[in-house]
Write a protein that binds this ligand. Structure first.
Ligand code: UDP
Ligand code: MG
Length: 330
């Protein structure tokens, strides 16, 4: 039997990464406090539930605000990173902090673009026994055409490369304590949470929501960061680009043999300019062999790469029969 569904009121942590968010923080704290209190009254969030604001090395007054709010508001807690380490790392820092204190943690952005009214649904799904609940955007009309098409292209490329991601899901998600424990086993430095969380594999579900416009401040994801984020996602999850090099090497080698034959025929039929045959055939053949060799080296690099990441090889979801799994922490 599955130990879920759960009966006690869970301690819920709302984990909010913040980078230069002084303009939005007061409003965010206000709205989230009201929401969290409402959830506590509804019996969806326990007394110890908190908001956890992670200051990702902001250069403005973000941290001052977080610490001031935490002094007045018992629901507010904060964490300050020493440097700006990026959204994904800030999120991880917050989640790992929440792991030891909460039954589940929900990550959301400081600008409240993700509709907080669906927070109840996240917790309900958790109470029904889900370990991961993904927030999925119904529509993307609040995004610019550019952001929409690039995002779609990105999901497509990821699928082609064989990386499992949840379509139209950003980092608005709930994770149970044991899902967070599992997450802590992924020790890679280039973190791409949207790719890793589906690898955890426990029971999951979706919550659909509308995305609003940012109510103040500017996006902290300029094009440069978006591109590097997308490249990180691809290169952290797929060695297919390396395979493409090998295949290209094979193709060029085969073609160059064809070219070589053509060059030899030209030579023997007397159609070739002096010196052309030797030059051209060596360029073709060498080019092909070189690409092939790079591909072979790439094959080993790919292996080293996946070994270095040292990802967990399996995860036990449940046990049946005599030996019960370890008791959950209290
Ligand atoms: N963020 C962060 N570190 C960064 C960049 C962004 O913690 O280096 C946070 C930011 O404060 C916000 C969230 O990540 O809470 C998402 O950023 P943003 O809303 O600017 O991205 P967009 O919604 O435009 O994709
Ligand atoms: Mg935003």
């Amino acid at each position: 039997m599955h130990e879920n569904p759960k009966t006690h009121i869970p301690t819920v942590y709302l984990v909010v990464p913040c980078y230069n968010e002084e303009e939005v923080l007061p409003e965010t704290v206000k709205r989230l406090t009201a929401k969290l209190q409402q959830m506590q009254q509804a019996g969806l969030a326990g007394e110890k539930s908190r908001m956890l604001f992670v200051d990702d090395g902001s250069k403005d007054r973000t941290w001052e605000l977080i610490s001031a709010f935490s002094a007045q508001n018992p629901l507010v807690t904060g964490l300050k990173l020493a440097h700006n380490r990026g959204h994904q790392n800030a999120l991880l820092a917050g989640l790992m902090e929440a792991k030891d204190r909460a039954d589940c943690a929900i990550s959301l952005d400081a600008d409240l673009q993700d509709d907080i009214e669906v927070l109840d649904e996240f917790v309900q799904k958790f109470l029904e026994g889900c370990d991961v609940v993904y927030g999925v955007r119904k529509k993307r009309e609040t995004d610019t055409f550019f952001k929409r098409t690039t995002a779609q292209g990105f999901y497509k490329v990821m699928r082609i490369l064989g990386v499992e991601t949840v379509y139209n899901h950003a980092d608005y998600r709930l994770m149970s304590q044991r899902a967070l424990d599992a997450l802590s086993e992924y020790r890679e430095v280039n973190l791409f949470l949207r790719g890793i969380v589906p690898l955890i594999g426990y029971r999951s579900d979706y919550v659909y929501y509308d995305r609003h416009e940012r109510f103040a401040g500017e996006s902290k994801y300029p094009l440069k960061k978006m591109i590097s984020f997308a490249l990180d996602g691809i290169t952290s999850f797929s060695v297919k680009p390396l395979k493409i090099i090998s295949n290209l090497g094979i193709l060029v080698s085969v073609l160059s043999v064809g070219g070589l034959i053509y060059a030899l025929i030209s030579y023997f039929t007397g159609n070739a300019v002096a010196g052309w045959t030797a030059t051209v055939s060596s360029i073709w053949l060498l080019g092909g062999i070189q690409l092939l060799c790079i591909g072979v080296v790439g094959g080993y690099v790919g292996k080293i790469y996946s070994e270095v990441k040292a990802r967990p090889r399996y995860r036990i979801e449940e046990k049946a029969g005599e030996d019960k799994p370890g008791q959950p922490r209290e």
